[in-house]
Design a binder for this molecule. Structure first.
Ligand code: AMP
Length: 805
């Protein structure tokens, strides 16, 4: 889509034409149809294409070709083929080379051609042809398409290479490997033994031209003390002995021994339990100690427990099942026994008070801040947690240490597999647990691409041992940082390093042993989503936009399943790569609001993101996955509006007031009704009524599978009646000039054409038809729609104010 920068000559040969496909989604094509004229020689040259190190590339063409027999009188000159060429070049200087320097790849003929009748029925007979070229010796190439008198529409050109994807086999890791130049070549690749393993016989595999790994030879073996499991040497052995402790009618206390072979430092235990025969509904508790109390149980019921340990290498296997029973409810109480509950209650209250007092006293001496009552109470109520300052700093409820599942789905909020780095006494330990240390010498910094909170963000390359060099983004910590800044900076890596999902920005590692301190992540070619959308206004199909939203929702589902609340979800915090894959980023710690109510309005050098934040999070700091869903609705709006600022220029105070009074953002232009409805659902005042991220993902999947469901748009008149006119750039009807109007709808690029063609007043513009637009050269369907919709809106009576829900 958009301006590809391809060159056509002569000028009246190949033409770039915007069309719609059978689903009425806009598509771009290059077309030529000079079938009636003799001696045609029309060239279309692509821009330079990097081969990314591949020596054999594949070119897939999709095109339609008109049947010469269907052309009256054209038979003498009409052709049914065209030619494809390439020219290798290390850089973009090869652009001016002559036709005869191009090397022919093939003559392309259609398997299916179409007649006019087919066109009438909108049956486009799309041909797909694939050719390959190799060996390539330079860094890239140009493609060229030569027409000699056919009637062709080139719909897509896909250039790709094949690779054997990185894999672990026989405990050795084999890197991503681009296939060889020759179609029968097998590339021998050496594997590298995974952590905690050593070479037995040098591991090797062969990468075939089709991108398949073949013929593994040799292997690695786990080092002494490590066991092989699921292609790793890494996990602790199961806990083998579990003993019951105190049992009451509602609780069971357990203790256990460390596994015989911990194979590393045990970081925590996971205890899974469920009522006997009710396995589908289970609870998980995490504990750093070897004791826990499961409470809230039914009296006189049997419960099944299983425990597993986690080291830096991951979880070990679960222990065998241990079954214990809670005490039954006592039926009759004798006069002597009747005193017992009172004594027990008194003793318990006494113990709690004592613990609270001790905790209060200790808190003053062991912490900088944040200790005290909460930590003391927590230690009593949840013996599984250590009573130390590290935990007292945790900003999560004790509830969040527990997870409840039903039928494999989490039952209650407060899921917690994400570990808050604040819970570590030593933040360096958290960084090193979750992030790999990278040597600075493996990183090449190329250029500055942005400014982060703590220093510059650069692009560059990372070369890890046994891997091909690949592009990365590098965040640096500026010199002269304080210890707190270093901690907060690396905090982002401690969080990011816990996530592994295609829609979450991937952490490669950190540099902490030398200066500058750096965080290295995967590189996202198109940068942040808001800027990218603004730059490419109107250029994507609805399906492409929904694809982006689906990716973001999927990343957010993963985060909410992990128990991580983002708090700053906005298009500016989404990164997008060259394949238009969106990934959630920005996992700073410092956005936790401080106690000072004024501080709620300043954060990270800017304002708290009022426009993106749910009302309950603004008013009483209730940040949850449901408040992230609200923000997600705002991101949907930003995406469908190509990066427009939510609530335009309204002040934060006006936004808070309007939202509190029940007003909501209006639908973006051309927005499918189903998507706007989803936005409104995300902006429900009652946070429990908002959809969950898994529901959002399923809903978007459904829309993508059934694109016709996206054809019903929010109709223009209802959309306009929702606008807050004073703040809307569109539809106010009060534009003083054509230029001002086109600028307001971000179509300023057409001002000159409009003026030159006599559309110099708003009255004249009001008469413009779609045909006129095409004639003026507005060929992009997205732009045509934008202009036509705005004109239509200007004709509709406006109502001042957004409509209450
Ligand atoms: P941040 O500090 O994460 O907000 O990053 C500041 C800016 O740097 C972003 O707005 C992006 O433009 C750019 N940036 C950050 N991370 C990446 C990345 N992984 N790939 C490409 N650009 C990035």
């Amino acid at each position: 889509m958009g301006d590809l920068g391809w060159i056509a000559y002569p000028k009246n040969g190949w033409e770039e034409i915007g069309e719609v496909d059978e689903n009425y989604a806009p598509i771009h094509t290059y077309q030529v149809c000079k079938v009636m004229e003799q001696n045609q020689n029309n060239w279309l040259l692509t821009s330079w294409i990097s081969n990314e190190g591949a020596s054999r590339i594949f070119i897939e063409l999709k095109f339609t070709l008109r049947d010469c027999n269907s052309l009256p009188g054209g038979l003498g000159t009409c052709k049914e083929t065209f030619n494809m060429y390439y020219f290798e070049s290390d850089d973009e200087d090869g652009r001016n080379i002559k036709e005869n320097q191009y090397i022919k790849i093939d003559t392309i003929a259609a398997d299916e051609s179409f007649t006019e009748l087919d066109l009438g029925d909108r049956v486009m007979k799309l041909n797909t042809e694939v050719r390959d070229v190799g060996p390539l010796t330079k860094k890239g190439f140009y493609l060229a398409f030569q027409d000699v008198g056919a009637c062709i529409a080139l719909v897509s050109v896909r250039v790709y290479y094949k690779k054997c994807p990185s894999v672990i086999r026989n405990l050795a890791r084999f890197p991503d490997t681009i296939t060889g130049a020759d179609s029968s070549q097998l590339l021998e690749v050496s594997g590298i033994c995974i952590n905690h393993s050593v070479t037995d016989e040098a591991p090797k595999m062969h990468c075939s031209a089709e991108g398949e790994w073949l013929v593994p030879i040799g292997k690695c073996l786990c080092k002494a003390g490590y066991e092989e499991k699921n292609n790793t040497c890494q996990a602790p052995s199961p806990v083998s002995s579990v003993k019951k402790g105190k049992i009451t009618k509602n609780s069971i206390s357990l203790s256990w021994q460390e596994p015989d072979r911990p194979n590393g430092i045990i970081l925590e235990y996971e205890i899974k339990y469920f009522e006997k025969d009710q396995e589908m509904s289970y609870t998980i508790i995490k504990s750093k100690e070897t004791t826990i109390t499961a409470d809230g149980l039914k009296p006189g019921s049997a419960y099944v427990f299983q425990i597993r340990a986690r080291t830096a290498a991951g979880y070990g296997g679960f222990s065998r099942r241990f079954e214990f029973e809670t005490s039954p409810v006592s039926v009759a109480v004798s006069s002597d026994q009747s005193q017992i509950p009172i004594i027990v209650v008194s003793v318990t209250v006494g113990v709690i008070l004592l613990a609270v007092v001790i905790g209060f006293l200790l808190s003053g001496s062991c912490c900088d801040h944040g200790c005290g009552w909460a930590s003391s109470l927590r230690a009593v109520a949840y013996p599984s947690l250590t009573w130390r300052c590290g935990y007292s700093k945790a900003k999560q409820d004790p509830e969040e240490e527990k997870m409840h599942f039903h039928n494999g789905h989490i039952k209650l909020p407060g899921v917690r597999t994400y570990i808050d780095p604040h819970t570590y006494e030593d933040p360096n330990q958290a960084v090193h647990e979750f992030a790999k240390e990278i040597e600075a010498s493996c990183i090449t910094i190329e250029r500055v691409i942005g400014a982060g909170e703590f220093g510059e963000v650069c692009s560059g390359r990372l070369k890890l041992q046994g891997k091909r060099e690949f592009p990365v983004a590098i965040k640096t910590l500026k010199v002269g940082y304080t210890e707190k800044q270093r901690r907060d900076f690396l905090g982002e890596a401690s969080i990011m390093g816990q996530f592994d999902h295609p829609n979450i920005i991937h952490l490669e590692g950190v540099v902490t042993k030398s200066k500058p301190v750096m965080i290295v992540t995967e590189y996202m070619e198109n940068g942040s989503l808001d800027t990218f959308l603004k730059k490419n206004d109107g250029q994507f199909t609805v399906i492409q936009l929904v694809g982006m939203l689906r990716g973001i929702a999927s990343g957010m589902k993963y985060l909410s399943d992990m128990g991580y609340v983002h708090r700053d979800l906005a298009a500016r915090n989404i990164l997008i790569n060259s394949n238009l894959v969106c990934k959630v980023s920005d996992f700073g710690l410092s956005r936790v609001l401080e106690d000072d109510p004024e501080a709620a309005y300043t954060t990270r050098g800017g304002k708290i993101p009022i426009r993106w934040t749910a009302p309950e999070a603004i008013s009483f700091r209730k940040f949850t996955s449901a408040s992230d869903v609200w923000s997600y609705g705002i991101v949907m709006w930003e995406v469908m509006f190509y990066g427009e600022r939510p609530y335009w220029e309204m002040t934060n105070q006006d936004v808070i007031k309007a939202v509190e009074e029940g007003y909501r953002l209006p639908s973006p232009m051309d927005c499918p009704a189903a998507l706007y409805q989803l936005m409104l659902d995300c902006w429900q005042k009652d946070r429990n009524s908002r959809p969950k991220f898994d529901e959002i993902v399923s809903m978007l999947d459904k829309l993508i599978r059934n694109p016709s469901s996206l054809k019903t748009l929010v109709n223009a008149s209802s959309r306009v009646s929702n606008l807050l006119v004073e703040h809307s750039p569109v539809g106010s009807g009060a534009y003083r000039s054509v230029g001002e109007w086109l600028e307001a709808i971000k179509m300023g690029r057409y001002t000159e054409i409009f003026m030159e063609n006599g559309y110099s007043s708003m009255d004249a513009v009001a008469q413009v038809t779609l045909e006129d637009l095409r004639r003026l050269g507005v060929t992009l369907v997205g732009h045509q729609k934008k202009i036509m919709n705005s004109l239509q809106e200007m004709k509709v009576q406006l109502v001042n104010g957004m409509v209450p829900l």
